[in-house]
Design a protein around this ligand. Structure first.
Ligand code: G3I
Length: 302
């Protein structure tokens, strides 16, 4: 196949990208997106600050724009993210105790409920662990205690019973203390019937990142009984070294049967949160980079 999406589809997987819906009017941006990708996720527009700027007042305009675009192109939509310590609207930041709990549950119900039926998988909770495997001391953790993650998953399941529900984090792309802690949480959730279906591995990497346990790490979560998704892939670097790292990540997903797809965190180096390290598959003029060809070849060899 001669596009990322078509090549990934040959093994039943999606190939997606983060999108800024405000960029869809740029002809080269839209043409590249529509040609190459079979899944999209909003880079910012489904986050709490964007979707509920004041209590109970939801704004779905940009998210709906992305969902409409995806539907017109036959693309899936990932949802990112229902609960996160960052990009919370200011009204949430001062809440304590049960008021924060009700805000979190109301937010999940409002957003996951609105998009129910449109979202293939939701990043229900994002980035709740530290490098050493302890819980991040966010307002959610401090005010609600360890149970908040489980409460969030139960609320998401009630609002959208059909979406794949994911826990998503960065720095978890190796067997390490952080991924060990998430592994134990998933094991516990599955044992107690807490609805979790998937773990997302953001994979914000560099050409020099140690990928020696990347596949093994995906495999152990898959063996536990959840899907795994590569959710925010970008790899700083250039040329052959960058291409080789992209190839390794792609091959790791393809080697794990429950790795259902790969999302890159943007596609053109023109628009990246890491634009200083040119981490994406197309350059700033939408030309295919060496990394693009490496990913496509890996998908076609599967
Ligand atoms: O919306 C305002 C806009 O009104 C204003 O004019 C502009 C001026 O700087 O700022 C805009 O907000 C920025 C927003 O991106 C949209 O461009 C924020 O300042 C900026 O902080 C925000 O950055 C995003 C970041 O998450 C926030 O934490 C990045 O685009 C986005 O790529 C990044 O994505 C995260 C994932 O959600 C979770 N995993 C890590 C990943 C990278 O940090």
């Amino acid at each position: 196949a001669d596009t990322l999406g078509a090549a990934a589809a040959e093994s039943g997987r999606y190939f997606g990208t983060a999108v800024g819906p405000h960029l869809l009017g740029e002809a080269d941006y839209a043409a590249t997106l529509n040609r190459e990708f079979t899944s999209v996720v909003a880079e910012n527009d489904m986050k709490w600050d964007a979707t509920e700027p004041s209590p109970g007042q939801f704004n779905f305009s940009r998210g709906d724009q992305l969902v409409d675009h995806a539907r017109s192109q036959g693309m899936e939509v990932r949802g990112h993210t229902l609960v996160w310590h960052a990009q919370q609207p200011s009204w949430v930041q001062g809440l304590t105790g049960d008021a924060l709990r009700q805000a979190m549950l109301g937010h999940i119900d409002g957003v996951a409920g609105h998009y129910a039926g449109d979202i293939s998988s939701w990043d229900v909770v994002n980035e709740a662990f530290e490098w050493d495997g302890s819980r991040r001391q966010s307002n959610l953790q401090q005010q609600l205690g360890d149970g908040w993650i489980e409460e969030a998953f139960r609320a998401a399941d009630a609002a959208d019973p059909n979406a794949t529900l994911c826990y998503n984090d960065y720095g978890t792309d190796a067997v390490n203390a952080k991924s060990d802690a998430i592994y134990r949480m998933v094991e516990d959730f599955l044992a107690r019937g807490v609805p979790i279906d998937c773990v997302g591995f953001q994979s914000h990497l560099d050409s020099t990142s140690d990928l020696s346990t990347y596949r093994q790490n995906l495999q152990r979560f898959s063996d536990l009984g959840v899907d795994v998704e590569i959710t925010e892939l970008d790899i700083g670097g250039s040329g052959a070294a960058q291409a080789d790292a992209y190839r390794q990540v792609t091959e790791a997903c393809l080697a794990v049967s429950r790795c259902t797809g790969i999302t890159i965190w943007g596609f053109t180096d023109k628009y990246s949160w890491r634009d200083d390290v040119t981490p994406l598959l197309f350059d700033a003029t939408y030309q295919k980079k060496e990394a693009y060809h490496a990913v496509l070849a890996a998908l076609n060899n599967a």
